[in-house]
Ligand binder design. Structure first.
Ligand code: ADP
Length: 185
């Protein structure tokens, strides 16, 4: 199973990706986590990436794609990938690089912006600096709609999209995803 998770900040991509990866016995890959790890290591690439993350801007396609492809190569045949692709050009380039496309299905965790704002405000205690600044959060939401809404449409057009109501409790969302995936195969 090769699965993508798409959704606004706060939609629960990380939580659902972890649950689905465990369920399917495949690695969980998060583009945001991969980038944050580069920042933590603190070398030149990390310092460059940090500036994008702090501002809530997307990191450059080539950089993110390289980091994600390296993780995919290590993952083997199955994976749950969250946070990538986030732009139409990332999606098109990734599909072109993989003979069978990047994924068998794409799950869209649908969430109203107001709920996303509330959730992010609540999780700041957990410590992500890009969750603390309201302006940065608003930029990430705007970027999501400008850049990633078209990615959702891209997978919908290809018949690969499964949409789930992400306002529900985490275990209910997981069950809904599994039911929707069972319906598509
Ligand atoms: P969230 O979805 O809550 O914003 P992520 O951990 O997925 O959290 O992403 C955090 C940040 O990492 C983004 O704001 C962006 O700067 C960067 N990032 C993650 N994935 C990508 C991507 N595919 N392309 C460009 N930048 C990305």
């Amino acid at each position: 199973m090769r699965l993508l998770l798409l959704g606004a900040p706060g939609a629960g991509k990380g939580t659902q990706a972890a649950a689905l990866a465990e369920r399917f016995g495949v690695p969980h890959i998060s583009s945001g986590e991969l980038l944050r790890r580069h920042v933590a290591v603190g070398r030149k690439l990390g310092r460059k990436v940090a500036a994008y993350l702090e501002r809530g801007e997307l990191a450059p396609d080539a950089l993110v794609s390289a980091v994600v492809e390296e993780a995919l190569a290590r993952a083997g045949p199955g994976y749950v990938l969250e946070g990538f692709p986030r732009t139409l050009s990332q999606a098109r380039a990734a599909d072109a690089r993989h003979v069978d496309g990047l994924a068998d299905a794409a799950v869209f965790l649908e969430l109203p912006d107001d709920v996303a704002r509330q959730r992010i405000a609540q999780r700041t205690a957990a410590g992500r600096s890009d969750d603390r600044d309201r302006e940065v959060v608003e930029r990430r939401l705007r970027t999501f709609h400008a850049e990633t809404d078209p990615v959702v449409d891209y997978y919908r057009d290809r018949g690969l999209l499964v949409t789930v109501d992400a306002t529900q409790p985490p275990d209910v969302v997981t069950t809904a995803i599994l039911a929707a995936l069972a319906g598509t195969s």
